[in-house]
Design a protein around this ligand. Structure first.
Ligand code: FEO
Length: 403
């Protein structure tokens, strides 16, 4: 049975939260053994109710029961769509059907096309421009577009009198926090889940994070409470998640953290990486190791998340069928899409009968923002010569970090 939370956030503003413990791969790719929550909200007034977003269709039955427990569905006069990804909009068609299609749907102009495209329905739709307001039952809602966090149609709703900001995906995080608000949990333990969420879901558009946060400031939005559509809600220190998102958007490094990520079919690459790790430690770094080997695969989501606040990266891979080992290529491509920062990167490549990985990965890295400090490529086992090259590569990496 799904774990559901209904809780009043401010006067007559309710959280409707479901914990998804079933999903293992968010968007069918990002490993989340920690699970995720879908947070919808409902505002009740004497002039009717406003629903903000919904849940994934998997939980449609539970959403209808939960929502009906708060308000007769036909009394919902407005539905605000902050974001059309189906983890929030999956319940929209059924709610509209049970509502008798009385509700006006408010959203970014692009949402109309997505509602029609994803669900084949055309409800009454109010396209929202920056600063548009909805006043109902003595409550005021102000809408501001926050595009590309992480779809083109993302937007937020601000309730100025209450200082409440409803943000959709923005400021959200993975996991199922054991409390509702930031003053009920160990925030330090939660933030890595929010970082992982930001990287995997919003990372491709990370440059938009600061722009949109700055935009909210221009609209005089200084929230006392931030209510995202995933994870923890913020009332004790909302600025903390705002600052965290800004830091992750920029890839702000944690001093001494170096990500060591490698693929190794028969541990040849691993032997080389052990030399790199020891050399890093000798220079005072704290290597965080991720690997693809024959008895363990690190999570791609964790790899990307660790790159965000690292000072540098050591990437190891081997040649496979005259190409780059497939997982190495996949990981590096995703790094280029989600966590491409100007961080120093050392490439270590190993081959059997013919070298290919070094040349191909060098080309990929040189086309990215990563600062390729050196490529160390050698055949098979680590020799004294290749040992020296690896140590020299770490020296170059250290120089780039310290420059
Ligand atoms: Fe939580 Fe982009 O959907």
């Amino acid at each position: 049975m799904a774990e559901i939370t209904v809780q009043e956030m401010a006067k007559d503003l309710y959280l409707l939260k479901v914990a998804d413990t079933h999903v293992r791969y968010f968007e069918a790719i990002w490993e989340i053994p920690e699970g995720i929550t879908y947070n919808a909200y409902l505002l009740k007034t004497h002039e009717g109710a406003v629903l903000f977003d919904g849940w994934k269709k998997t939980y449609e039955k539970e959403f209808i029961e939960t929502l009906s427990g708060l308000v007769p569905l036909e009394e919902i006069r407005h539905i605000v769509i902050h974001h059309m990804e189906p983890d929030h909009s999956g319940t929209l068609p059924k709610i509209l059907e049970l509502n008798g299609n009385k509700a006006v749907v408010w959203g970014h102009p692009f949402s109309k096309r997505l509602i029609e495209g994803l669900y084949g329905i055309s409800p009454e739709f109010k396209a929202v421009k920056d600063g548009n307001t909805l006043e109902i039952g003595g409550r005021k809602l102000v809408f501001v577009q926050a595009p590309w966090l992480h779809w083109p149609e993302t937007m937020v709703t601000y309730m100025p009198a209450e200082g409440v900001l409803l943000t959709g995906d923005i400021f959200g995080g993975y996991s199922i926090p054991y409390g509702t608000f930031d003053d009920e949990v160990d925030v330090e333990s939660y933030l890595p889940f929010a970082r992982k969420y930001t990287v995997t879901v919003i990372g491709h558009y990370k440059d938009k994070i600061a722009k949109n946060i700055e935009k909210l400031g221009k609209f005089g939005i200084e929230p006392k409470m931030i209510l995202p559509a995933h994870g923890l809600l913020w009332q004790m220190d909302p600025q903390r998640i705002v600052q965290a998102y800004l830091d992750w958007g920029k890839g702000k490094p944690q001093k001494g953290k170096v990500v060591v990520v490698y693929t190794s079919m028969y541990r040849f690459v691993e032997r080389a990486m052990k030399i790199a790790v020891e050399e890093l430690k000798a220079r005072g770094y704290m290597p965080v190791i991720h690997k693809i080997v024959d008895d363990y695969h690190s999570s791609l989501a964790d790899i990307l998340s660790d790159v965000v606040d690292s000072e540098a990266i050591v990437f190891g891979a081997e040649t496979y069928e005259s190409e780059v080992f497939p997982y190495a290529e996949f990981i590096l491509n995703e790094m280029g899409k989600k966590v491409e920062y100007e961080k120093p990167l050392l490439l270590v490549a190993v081959f059997g009968w013919a070298a290919a990985a070094g040349k191909k990965l060098r080309s990929t890295i040189e086309e990215s923002s990563f600062n390729l400090v050196d490529v160390v490529e050698f055949k098979g086992i680590v020799t004294p010569e290749s040992d020296a090259k690896i140590k020299s590569g770490i020296k170059e990496l250290n120089a780039a970090v310290r420059s």
